[in-house]
Design a protein around this ligand. Sequence first.
Ligand SMILES: [Zn+2]
Ligand SMILES: [Zn+2]
Length: 302
Amino acid sequence: MGIPYAFIRAFQKKEPFLDKEKRLPKQQEIFLRREGNMKGLYLGACLDSARWGSQTTVMYEMSKKRMISFIHNWMNQNNDNFESLWHERKIEDLYKRFNLPHINHEFCPVNKNHKERISDLGGRIRCSHMDKRYLRPSFIEQISSGGTFHFFERDPYNDLPQNESEWSDKDREIIEQYELEEPTAEIIEPCYAILSEKGRILSFETIINRLNLRPETKTVYCPGNEDFAPLSKKKGCTKERLKEMDKEERLRYEDINLCPGHSEPNDKIEFSFDGWDLAFYVRKWWEQIKNPPWFKEYEVSK
Ligand SMILES: [Zn+2]
Ligand SMILES: [Zn+2]
């Protein structure tokens, strides 16, 4: 990826691009969002002034959605000429090559001996190697993911208590059937792994997803239930959290009576490059087609 641009600036001993007046990154982000505060400023400078940095990574106290709305806000503030304000330098001056994170594999990522290829309607080239498998007919289930269907075999052991003595008669019957049944159902499915997306317009969300070093979600605990709290002091979940639980979660919770932790969208993003480079990614994204999609559900092919 080369030397982060902010470091080049630092080596040249230039003044920081924006005077933050001692604002922390979060305060700086809120300050910049106010009407007019990003007018005439490079996107790279704005992003780079609203980040935390370690020696190797750069972190924004923003969720994915908040990052998208921040960039959108900058565009609105510079409505008439934002296309001339991505960065103070040209991409070609700093990088020989600077590409969006398209998937591009030479071999099938599932099995490199798969040779067959097809293109789908979304501008992707996929592996169309046909796999033949045999499953137990009574235990076949179908899932749909990413617009394709996939068959798999349900493992009844997963639904039962670990301790066999807790099984009901019905449970034993199911297990017996599972153990005795022969896998006679022939399933033929294409592998369908993505080989290349060169013909696809990437949404900004997908670009962030691929470059972000933090997981999509994080686990939070109700107050007083953090990992370090002693077991005897833990209080269980708050009323609000209990209301959010579905029936199954609720039953499991009543069993243990401890906060199991809750999954929330991550409110931080982390990259291996600075805000100036992020501005280059935004530019590359914008230049794909007229009005490229922000969110992945609106992705299209060229
Ligand atoms: Zn394959
Ligand atoms: Zn909880």
